[in-house]
Design a protein around this ligand. Structure first.
Ligand code: RNT
Ligand code: ZN
Length: 412
């Protein structure tokens, strides 16, 4: 018997159908964020500003669309399955000298062609940072009407582009709004900026699109660099705005107080919303956006998605950017870890454990959750990689190193 066959039996003894788990995992598209490839620089500015930051200067970052596409292709070749690519407006591809309020679908046609070739979907984000119109740390909530109008136009233009992605690819595109607005020190007026943000969002979302093409989400946050004391777009602000306006909340795992976990929020969100969006990241002491590890919280988050039967109504996107390591490896590790976490959740005897909980047999719950940790998970994961024609663990890194010396290190 092969190791996989043995693993299948071990899981079956615990009440888990391995083939069903593998089939479910194969149906999950994860949105890989383009911005890990170039340290969130994009193609329309020369510095990352606006409350987020990358650290490190590992050689070989992508400097133009060709390099970024080549690197993304390399990463996809080492990740099982077909996924999505998450773009920011700052990654437009054009010779035209246009500002962000004037971007159009045609400026993203090259990405649509790329997506068609790769068999992937696209997601989108308006870029409300790294721009001169981020005035006094404010965009959509600025007291300056011209500033607000510029960003409202950008928000509208972005949704039109996301709609174009959905139309062209036949895969719903997520359009996610995150803004850096806030104040460094304790503000004198909290409600004013929030009222202005509410009005700006009303204008952006006044245009209606077919939900088949574009799904809208808004992403809150607890604080950012330089805006430590007050964030206009807080979680409560967006949760209420989303509920009232039929939009989706996007929960970023780095955007809460350090002991607060997103895994515990998922069930509550799903009971009141048809769908949910996630940015999976790893905060180390703060929203540091480290590459996600297969740690307890990632497994808990993924298991919650499985238990809530939510794989069909959640938009899973990754959001980390580490400039101190090989960026392709960062993607591959993060994407594979997200898939491993989902597989872990799918290989958990959730039904039996729920029944034990309902009978108040908390000992069985504890024992069960602990014992699945030592089942032969790696053999099932290896089978998933093989079936998808990608290297198993231990076999992909050499390929990245080769690409690093042949391609990345040759970039001046
Ligand atoms: C910032 C948010 C946001 C960005 C990306 C680049 O704190 O997490 O999602 O990371 O849009
Ligand atoms: Zn995020």
């Amino acid at each position: 018997m092969s190791r996989f066959e043995e693993a299948k039996e071990a899981y079956a003894a615990a009440g888990v159908d391995v083939e069903a788990a593998l089939q479910k995992l194969a149906g999950v598209r994860i949105s890989m964020h383009c911005w890990q490839g170039d340290d969130v620089l994009g193609f329309d500015s020369d510095a990352l500003t606006g409350g987020i930051a990358t650290t490190g200067n590992y050689p070989g970052r992508a400097r133009n669309p060709e390099e970024l596409m080549a690197d993304i292709r390399k990463a996809y070749s080492l990740i099982p399955g077909k996924h999505k690519l998450n773009l920011h407006a700052s990654y437009r591809i054009t010779e035209e000298n246009i500002d962000r309020d004037a971007i159009e679908p045609k400026h993203f046609e090259a990405w649509v062609d790329f997506a068609k070739e790769e068999g992937i979907g696209l997601d989108f984000n308006p870029t409300f940072f790294s721009h001169k119109n981020v005035k006094d740390n404010m965009t959509l909530s600025s007291p300056d009407k011209d500033i607000r109008d510029f960003w409202i136009a950008h928000g509208k233009a972005s949704r039109k582009i996301a709609n174009f992605f959905g139309e062209q690819l036949g895969i719903t595109a997520l359009d996610n709004v995150w803004i850096p607005d806030g104040t460094k020190d304790v503000p004198a007026d909290r409600i004013g900026p929030r009222a202005r943000l509410k009005d700006s969002l009303d204008q952006i979302f006044s245009v209606k699109y077919d939900r088949k093409n574009v799904a809208d989400s808004i992403e809150g946050k607890v604080f950012g660099i330089g805006v430590e004391s007050y964030t206009v777009g807080s979680h409560e602000f967006y949760m209420n705005y989303a509920a009232k306006n039929g939009l989706m909340c996007l929960l970023d795992t780095g955007h809460y107080h350090p002991t607060e976990v997103v895994s515990d929020k998922i069930s509550s969100m799903l009971l009141f919303n048809d769908s949910l969006a996630l940015h999976v990241s790893r905060p180390v002491r703060w929203d540091s956006d480290h590459v996600i590890k297969l740690d307890d919280e990632l497994k808990e988050l993924a298991t919650e998605l499985v238990r809530c039967d939510a794989l069909g109504r959640v938009f899973i996107g990754l959001d980390f950017f580490d400039a101190s390591i090989n960026r392709i490896a960062a993607w591959v590790i993060g994407m594979r870890n997200m898939q491993k976490a989902l597989l872990y959740g799918l290989l958990t005897p959730n039904k039996e454990l729920k029944e034990a909980q309902d009978k108040a047999d908390f000992t069985a719950v504890l024992a069960g959750l602990e014992e699945i940790k030592t089942l032969p998970f790696g053999d099932v994961w290896a089978e998933f990689c093989k079936r998808n024609g990608v290297p198993v663990d231990g076999k992909w890194y050499a390929d990245v190193k080769k690409y690093e010396s042949n391609v990345l290190f040759k970039r001046a």
